[in-house]
Design a protein around this ligand. Structure first.
Ligand SMILES: Nc1ncnc2c1ncn2[C@@H]1O[C@H](COP(=O)(O)OP(=O)(O)OP(=O)(O)O)[C@@H](O)[C@H]1O
Ligand SMILES: [Mg+2]
Length: 234
């Protein structure tokens, strides 16, 4: 079976700024992978390169059997790869429900529908007709996750989904990520909170200066946590 996502020796740029250097990364169907590293190492640029928002100038990106010489956001969604972007990007003048429907626009048909999202996040149903940006930070993150699920992805790229959220909300999101993964959706979790990483991920890739410099299994134990934290300590 081919990987859902396969980056091979990728070089990526913003204009003339060379950010990713021969970066290789794979996610297999159903796998839960964490992508970790300090601020500014290029984690979001990995996502942006898959979407075509940073320019791919070396190496290759494949989604399943399809090679993407010119990545584009709609190509990723059509192939079942969706992003929950850093900072959430809820559309301000749309309601909660309209934001969810937007997620289905470029996606695939499948089990995730508005009622299913409301079953997963009852608070979104209560706030269905409220402007999306009127929600609290944690609720907006639930909406961003719900919107991604509406595309019925086989892989979700989560870019720092717990940034700035209270511990109780982080715990709740961790449970949701595990529930989604238990249904067979693969996750690439970009995260600075290593205690969440050990609860969700089974494998990690650590980045430094635009490359993956270490990877291995994640162990949910104090020793496993210490190993991961070494990659993100300043
Ligand atoms: N649009 C851009 N144009 C030029 N350089 C950029 C652009 N966006 C990001 N960079 C630079 O690219 C590098 C990698 O940034 P990136 O956002 O991928 O890091 P990150 O690992 O996601 O960091 P964080 O943990 O803070 O989100 C940084 O040095 C950043 O300053
Ligand atoms: Mg980032």
């Amino acid at each position: 079976m081919s990987a859902l996502l396969n980056l091979e020796q990728v070089d990526a740029f913003y204009g003339s700024a060379h950010i990713l250097h021969r970066l290789s990364l794979t996610v297999q169907p159903g796998e839960r992978v964490a992508l970790i590293g300090r601020n500014g190492v290029g984690k979001t640029t990995v996502v942006n390169t898959i979407l075509g928002l940073a320019s791919l100038r070396g190496g290759r990106i494949r989604l399943g059997a399809l090679e993407l010489p010119r990545p584009r956001p709609y190509l990723a969604a059509q192939k079942g790869v969706v992003v929950v972007p850093q900072g959430r990007r809820i559309v301000a003048n749309l309601t909660v429900e309209e934001n969810l429907l937007l997620g289905a626009a470029n996606g695939r048909k499948g089990p995730w529908t508005v009622p299913e999202i409301y079953r997963l996040f009852p608070i979104l149903q209560e706030r269905a007709h409220t402007p999306g940006t009127a929600l609290s930070g944690g609720q907006q993150q639930m909406l961003a996750v719900g919107r991604a699920l509406m595309a019925n992805p086989s892989l979700i790229l989560l870019d720092e989904p717990t940034e700035g959220l209270a511990p109780v909300i982080v715990d709740q999101l961790g449970q949701i990520f595990n529930a989604v993964a238990d249904q067979g959706t693969a996750l690439l979790l970009i995260e600075q909170n290593m205690s969440l990483v050990v609860r969700v991920a089974e494998r990690y890739c650590a980045m430094a200066k635009g490359s993956v410099v270490a990877q291995g299994p994640v162990e949910n134990s104090p020793a496993g946590l210490r190993d991961l934290e070494a990659h993100v300590m300043v």
